[in-house]
Design a protein. Structure first.
Length: 97
């Protein structure tokens, strides 16, 4: 946990938009033990940039999952499914499969 008056805590107080800044970032690209996360307070600008790329990849995957779930829900509802019906079965029925 970050110190109450540590650099990261002060940064979060100074910039409200940084309240969600993580304590650590994954550091698999750094030499050494790839499982050890890197504290944001000690991360370089390049470390942060690489963490952004990784976070964007996670976000893209989450958006794709959400979109696929929304489509399944829509297909099932269009097939007349109600809350307790199996969504996949209903979507297949809608498609005639």
């Amino acid at each position: 946990m970050t110190e109450t008056n540590g650099p990261l805590a002060r940064l979060r107080k100074a910039f409200r938009s940084l309240e969600d800044l993580p304590e650590v970032i994954p550091a698999a690209w750094r030499p050494g033990d790839a499982t050890d996360p890197l504290p944001v307070e000690t991360a370089s600008v390049d470390d942060i940039a690489i963490a952004i790329v990784a976070a964007n990849g996670e976000l893209s995957a989450a958006i794709q999952r959400s979109s696929a779930l929304e489509k399944l829900h829509r297909l099932a509802r269009e097939a007349g499914a109600v809350g307790t019906d199996r969504a996949v079965d209903a979507a297949l029925k809608r498609e005639g499969r």
